[in-house]
Design a binder for this molecule. Structure first.
Ligand code: ADP
Ligand code: MG
Length: 292
């Protein structure tokens, strides 16, 4: 019997439905779309044999707290172990905590930015004087550069914390990029499917949502690629993406680990014609059914 496959999602992202279409085509059978906002989502999930997670850490900022909570329950025992999750359950813990990802990467011998602080705004207040500047402050469970800033001095930190929502934040040393860009890598079943340079906006951040531009990066040095392969293996992220900064000191800093890859429709163009969700679907079908 062919395995029953489902996609877990929290909102009508273009990429969720694109993946659904491509995966049904690659498998040659229906794939369930399981809305993690729905009350019966865990029952629906348990009816599948393989699940692909498209629930983002940023769900919490986009009004999908219920989906985030359901996903958390699902990876922590609410889903029978016999149901395979892609990525493995452990990876989701790194999607929703940058601090947990940084700790696991460091334990694996990889380079991450030094962490200066971790806590809710009221816990961080008063510690700003001890941070080294510039630094970056961002939600521990975050995404899409929401509530993220480069801080240049303690007075900016005070102002940021004054306005910040009551979330757990991580404060890291700001890592200057040797060549002025951030390196973004997409992994498809553990292999590097795409390496791009993403420009850094005037506010010091690099992000699709900050208007950063993309450029293919075929000559990305092998040690940088290898650091990302090692990071993916350390975090059990087989399908996902990493943001890395090639530091002025020659080290490869792992900035962000995403166990759900977020692409919008125009990304195919930005990615030099690579259809990332199509690649995902083919690799998933190979994995699930052993066919292309
Ligand atoms: N320690 C850091 N040093 C320099 N830039 C950083 C650092 N942390 C984050 N950034 C910048 O902020 C952006 C958003 O941070 P990131 O950790 O990727 O969070 P998100 O989940 O929002 O993508 C990064 O792409 C990068 O440009
Ligand atoms: Mg990022």
């Amino acid at each position: 019997m062919a395995k029953r496959v489902g996609i877990l999602y929290e909102s009508d992202e273009w990429s969720d439905w694109k993946l659904h279409r491509e995966l049904e085509a690659a498998l040659g059978r229906p794939v369930a779309m399981i809305n993690m906002e729905a009350d019966n989502c865990l029952d629906a999930a348990a009816e599948c044999e393989v699940l692909v997670s498209c629930v983002f850490a940023s769900a919490v900022f986009r009004g999908h707290e219920h989906a985030a909570a359901s996903m958390n329950a699902l990876v922590h025992g609410a889903l029978p172990e016999s149901v395979e999750l892609i990525n493995p359950r452990r990876a989701h813990g790194f999607e929703v905590s940058k601090a947990a990802a940084a700790q696991a990467l460091e334990a694996a011998g990889l380079t991450v930015p030094p962490v200066l602080g971790l806590g809710r705004p009221e816990e961080l207040r008063g510690a700003e004087e001890r941070w080294r500047y510039p630094c970056v402050i961002k939600p521990d469970c975050g995404g899409r550069t929401t509530h993220t800033a480069v801080l240049h001095d303690a007075s900016q930190a005070v102002a940021f914390l004054e306005e910040a929502p009551d979330l757990r934040f991580i404060v890291e040393e700001f890592i200057p990029a040797r060549a002025g860009f951030m390196t973004r890598m997409e992994l498809v079943d553990g292999a590097l499917a795409l390496v791009v340079k993403r420009s850094i906006a005037p506010n010091g951040l690099s992000s699709y949502h900050e208007g950063s531009t993309y450029e293919l990066y075929p000559d990305c040095p092998e040690p940088v690629r290898e650091a990302v392969r090692a990071a993916a293996a350390a975090l059990d992220i087989q399908f996902g993406s990493f943001d890395v900064i090639e530091g002025a000191d020659g080290r490869t800093y792992l900035i962000d680990a995403n166990s759900v890859s977020n692409v919008s429709e125009d990304c195919t163009e930005l990615f030099g014609g690579l259809d990332l969700m199509g690649c995902y679907a083919e690799a998933l079908a190979r994995r699930i059914d052993g066919k292309a």
